[in-house]
Design a protein around this ligand. Sequence first.
Ligand code: RB5
Length: 147
Amino acid sequence: MVIAIGNDHAAPELKLACAAHLEENGHTVIDTGCAVGEKCDYPDAARKVCELIQQGKAQLGILICGTGIGMSMSANKFKGIRAACCSEVFSARLTREHNDANVLCFGARVVGEGTAFDLIDAFVNTPYSNGERHAKRVAKMMAIENE
Ligand code: RB5
């Protein structure tokens, strides 16, 4: 899978660890985030990852800030993006299965490296369960973008 990853200044170290974890598991990573020592604002970081998904250049995205909240709020402003802020594995799995989430957000000040890897594995390895029940709700959710 091609996965775009981004971060603000709260999370460059965790971003690097997550990118390496994804590559070790056979994924191609596009790192759009800021480097150690740089300052960057989470809406700008979210934009880079979301645009890669909108353009079809990445299938999924991962966004890491201090809490994951600013990233998820920003990412959900972009058309076609369904971003979920998760700090435990059950939600990371279910947001793929039920919501067809395409961006996972979490906070470097909330989760450690081990939990971050578990969140990523659950998110990346769980397919959308494209049943009628979920498809109808996801379609309704996405229709809100056009109101
Ligand atoms: C940056 O200090 C911090 O506000 C940001 O990383 C994030 O937690 C916002 O939601």
